[in-house]
Design a protein around this ligand. Sequence first.
Ligand code: 5GP
Length: 245
Amino acid sequence: MKQQKLLYSGKAKSVYRTDVKGTLIVEFRDDITAFDGGKKDVLRNKGIYNAGVSAFFFKYLEENGIKTHFLGMIDRNWMAVRELSMIPLEVIVRNLAAGSVVRTYPFTEGAHFNPPVIVIDYKDDARHDPMLNDDLIIALGLVTPAELKRIKAIALKVNKLLSDLLATRGITLVDFKIEFGRRGKSICLGDEISMDSMRLWDKKTGESLDKDVYRFDKGDVMATYNRVAGRIAGKKTGRSMPKEP
Ligand code: 5GP
């Protein structure tokens, strides 16, 4: 398969066409950003860790009945994916209160949500990804009511599968963001599921194991990503990776 023209370049990933119809390549770059692009850096090997963890989760979810865009890895930070028609929604599932939900509403950080809370944002950098509600999503014509119901059901299933898996690694899945696209009549999971798009807390120590380490200067970001990739996906993605200089 040959990489062809660049289709899209986001804050941390680039997407390329290939010579195979319906197959794209996602490059997980070493760029990291936070606060709406207000904080930016390039961290060596970050792309490899996020690609490895995403691939691991996509495979696991596929094995458990979730349709995803994942096809396989071409290189450690290059993923082959099925082309989807992406839906501009950021679907966030929250198990514990943290981040924007604590800043915006009177929740105490760490409070448990039972059942989990789904929040859906409009993916639009220029508008700063505003939060939507069901009526706005339908009024904007982004999905049909049946698709919205399906998206929420898939998001909750993904949450259960990932929470259960991470619990076996001693990690609490606090919250995460996923994105969906259409492939024919099916709704598939696209984008990535990585330390950049999840909030993960060590069950014993409460330590952050995700992008909050970068956002709030909590420590060595790449040492954390390396360790957590190893804990989640095993040697292939974590410890055997090149050491930081
Ligand atoms: P919050 O709303 O608290 O900022 O984010 C909730 C969860 O969704 C966090 O795990 C966060 O990393 C993820 N998330 C929210 N918005 C984005 C986004 O635009 N990009 C990425 N990669 N993750 C996001």
